[in-house]
Design a protein around this ligand. Structure first.
Ligand code: MV4
Length: 499
C-alpha cells in the first residue's frame, strides 16, 4: 500500500480539470503541466502548481516523456495521471514512470502493450473465451492464404491493421474479386501509417452497435464491470453522443457481456479502470472489438448511473487498495447521456472551428453536469482536440434524460466558434434516436447539413459584443504562472503575494 500525496496530471483541457477536482476533494496535491498557449488554461489555474513544458505542438510538450518526468521529480509528485490521449496508452511511458519510482495511475505496462497489438489482444481473448467475430488470430502475410481464409469466413470481410485501432487502417471487402487488391492496399497503408504492415481478417458485422463495458480492477485480483455505454452515434470513428445503459440490452445479455469484459481484463492481468469494446449485431450477438487501457472521455455517463467517482476509484486502486465491493453490490440507477460539444462546424462537414470563446455560458440545474476544459475569454486552440466540453444529463428514465438534454442544449450559449450543439439537438429530436433503433450508421443514414438552420450571424455578433463589454469591466485574472522557466514552480498563492 502506497499513499499518493501529489499527482502530476500529464494532460490538458477538461480531463486535466476532471482529475484535479477529485484530487482536491481527497486532499491530494496537484501538479499541472502546460504548453505556451495553455498558460491561462483552466487546468493551470486550478492546480496547486504548474510547469511550462514547451511550445504548442504536443510533440514538443505534452508528449515529451522526459519533460513530464522531470517536472514530476522537481515537484515531488509521487504519481502521474495520464488522462486520455497523449501518453495514456504508451506502455514505455507507464514503465518509465515505474522506473522513476512514480505510481502510474493506469494499468500495468504489459496490459497496455498486449491490448495495443490487436492480434495479441485477439489471441488473449480467444484463450479467455471472449466472443469474437470469426477471423484470424494471427497476422496473415500470404495474399493467397488470406484470400482462402476470407472465402472460409464468408464475405463481407474486414481487413484490420494489427497496430491499428479506433478505425484506422481498416478495409471492407464485399467482393472476392477485389480481395487481393484490398489486401495489398491495407498492408501498405498499415506499414506507412503505423510502421507495422501486419494485418488480420475478420467477418464484417453489418450495421452493428458499438457497446462498451467499463471495468474496474484492483491489484488483488478483484474485478467488476460498471455496466455498459452505448456509443453508436459516431462520425468517422469520433464519438459524439454516448449513453448508459444501452436501451437494447436485456439483463441476460448484459450479464454475459459484463462477464466477458471481466474475463478480458483478467486475461491481460489488468488493474485500474478500463473499457472493453464490443460490436453487437441485430440479434444481440456480441463480439470483442478492442480494449481501451485508459479512462475514457465518456466515463461520466457511467458515473451518472453508478454514483461512483471513477477517478477516485483509479486513485484508490493505484495506491493498492482493494475495490471493497463486488458485482452484486452494483446496480444501474437511472439513465445518463453525454453530448460532446466540439468547436466544429456541422454545416461544413464538421471542420474544426478553433478560435476565441467570446461567450461560454453552459447550462446548469438539476441533473446537468458540464465538464469543460476552456472558459469564456479563453481560446479553442488549433493545436489540440477541438472539444470545448462534455454535457451530461441524468434522468430516472431515458426519456427524462433526453428531455433534460434538450433543455440543457437549448440553454447552452456559446459565441465565437461554431459548435456541434445544433447537431446534438438534431440527434436528440430524431425519431431513430428516441426510439432506440439506430446503429453505428446513424449519422450516415440520417444526417445532412440541410436539416440544421445556420446561426444568425447578427446574434453571434451581439453576444460577442455583450461578452466583451462584460469582460472589460472585470479585473484581469491573475496569471497562474511566472516566466517561461520550466524549473520555476509557481504556486498561484506565492505569485499573488508578489503581485
Ligand atoms: C468492425 C466492424 C464490423 N465488423 N469489425 C471501427 C473501429 C475499430 N475499433 C473497429 N471498427 C469496426 N470494426 C467487424 N468485424 C465495424 C467497425 C466500425 C465501427 C465500429 C464502432 C463504431 C463505429 C464504426 C464505424 C465503422 C466501422
Amino acid at each position: 500500500m502506497a499513499t499518493i500525496r501529489k499527482v502530476l496530471i500529464a494532460n490538458r483541457g477538461e480531463i486535466a480539470v476532471r482529475v484535479i477536482r477529485t484530487c482536491r476533494e481527497h486532499g491530494i496535491g496537484t501538479v499541472a503541466v502546460f504548453s505556451e498557449p495553455d498558460r491561462t488554461a483552466p487546468h493551470v489555474r486550478l492546480a496547486d502548481e504548474a510547469y511550462l513544458i514547451g511550445p504548442a505542438p504536443s510533440a514538443q510538450s505534452y508528449l515529451v516523456q522526459e519533460k513530464i518526468l522531470e517536472v514530476a521529480h522537481r515537484s515531488g509528485a509521487d504519481a502521474v495521471h495520464p488522462g486520455y490521449g497523449f501518453l495514456s496508452e504508451n506502455a514505455t511511458f507507464a514503465q518509465a514512470c515505474a522506473d522513476a519510482g512514480l505510481i502510474f495511475i493506469g494499468p500495468p505496462p504489459q496490459a497496455i502493450k498486449a491490448m495495443g497489438d490487436k492480434t495479441e489482444a485477439r489471441l488473449l481473448m480467444e484463450q479467455a473465451g471472449v466472443p469474437m467475430a470469426p477471423g484470424t488470430t494471427d497476422a496473415i502475410d500470404d495474399p493467397d492464404e488470406a484470400a482462402r481464409i476470407a472465402d472460409e469466413i464468408g464475405y463481407p470481410v474486414l481487413i484490420k491493421a494489427a497496430a491499428g485501432g479506433g478505425g484506422k487502417g481498416m478495409r471492407i471487402v464485399e467482393d472476392p474479386a477485389e480481395f487481393a487488391r484490398s489486401f495489398r492496399a491495407a498492408r501498405s497503408e498499415a506499414a506507412s501509417a503505423f510502421g507495422d504492415g501486419r494485418v488480420f481478417i475478420e467477418k464484417y458485422i453489418v450495421q452493428p452497435r458499438h457497446i462498451e463495458f467499463q471495468i474496474l480492477a484492483d491489484q488483488h485480483g478483484h474485478c467488476v464491470h460498471l455496466f455498459e455505454r452505448e456509443c453508436s452515434v459516431q462520425r468517422r470513428h469520433q464519438k459524439v453522443i454516448e449513453e448508459a445503459p444501452s436501451s437494447i440490452l436485456t439483463p441476460e445479455v448484459r450479464q454475459k457481456m459484463g462477464d466477458a469484459a471481466v474475463a478480458a481484463a483478467r486475461a491481460c492481468g489488468y488493474f485500474n479502470a478500463g473499457t472493453v469494446e464490443f460490436l453487437v449485431d441485430k440479434d444481440l450477438n456480441f463480439y470483442f472489438m478492442e480494449m481501451n487501457t485508459r479512462l475514457q472521455v465518456e466515463h461520466p455517463v457511467t458515473e451518472g448511473i453508478t454514483g461512483l467517482d471513477l477517478v477516485a476509484e483509479q486513485l484508490r486502486v493505484a495506491e493498492g487498495e482493494e475495490l471493497g465491493y463486488t458485482q452484486e453490490d452494483l446496480s444501474i440507477h437511472g439513465h445518463a447521456i453525454e453530448c460532446r460539444v466540439y468547436a466544429e462546424d456541422p454545416l461544413s462537414g464538421f471542420l474544426p472551428d478553433p478560435g476565441p470563446l467570446l461567450r461560454h455560458a453552459p447550462p446548469s440545474g438539476f441533473g446537468v453536469r458540464v465538464d469543460a476544459g476552456v472558459e469564456e475569454g479563453g481560446e479553442v486552440l488549433i493545436h489540440y482536440d477541438p472539444m470545448i466540453s462534455k454535457l451530461i444529463t441524468w434522468g430516472r428514465t431515458r426519456e427524462e434524460a433526453i428531455r433534460r438534454m434538450e433543455r440543457a442544449l437549448d440553454e447552452y450559449d456559446i459565441a465565437g466558434v461554431q459548435t456541434t450543439i445544433p447537431f446534438c439537438r438534431f440527434v436528440m429530436g430524431h425519431e431513430a434516436f428516441r426510439s432506440g433503433r439506430f446503429s453505428t450508421h446513424f449519422v450516415q443514414d440520417h444526417f445532412e447539413p440541410s436539416v440544421l438552420t445556420p446561426d444568425d450571424p447578427a446574434f453571434d455578433e451581439a453576444a460577442a459584443v455583450a461578452a466583451t463589454l462584460f469582460r472589460a469591466q472585470r479585473r484581469k485574472p491573475v496569471p497562474a504562472v511566472n516566466g517561461t522557466d520550466p524549473t520555476a514552480a509557481a504556486s498561484r498563492w506565492a505569485l499573488r503575494r508578489r503581485l
